[in-house]
Write a protein of this length. Structure first.
Length: 119
């Protein structure tokens, strides 16, 4: 079973899903558990995404929580060299997270309620 990213926003009681093409995958569940449970992630300040080390889904809902997700992705970007994991995999997942978040921010109206889900 693969983990994937799903992005959408709600406005006027209507949910709009946003297509994210090739950026939606975060690996199979087992390898994803291994990555997100690495102790270094908590050491560098990853909290919400680290939940993926033992369960899913993880939701970031609303603009404030997207700011929190942006902060955690930035911490991953800043510390990518410290994370002992397959280079291609960790960089691809990080790129997928960043691209999906950026797409959600750009395409969600400011008065909407955005949702970023990993599950």
């Amino acid at each position: 079973m693969s983990r994937q990213i799903i992005i959408s926003y709600e406005q006027n009681n209507k949910t709009t899903n946003i297509e994210i093409e090739e950026w939606y995958l975060l690996g199979t569940q087992n390898i994803s558990y291994k990555f997100w449970s690495l102790p270094i992630l908590k050491e560098i300040g990853i909290k919400r995404l680290a939940v993926l080390g033992h369960s899913d889904p993880v939701y970031f809902e609303g603009w404030e929580e997207l700011e929190e997700l942006d902060m955690e992705i930035s911490l991953l970007e800043e510390n990518i060299e410290l994370i002992d994991f397959d280079e291609d995999t960790k960089r691809r997942w990080l790129r997928n997270l960043r691209n999906s978040l950026n797409r959600l921010i750009v395409l969600s109206p400011k008065e909407s309620n955005p949702l970023f889900e990993i599950g």
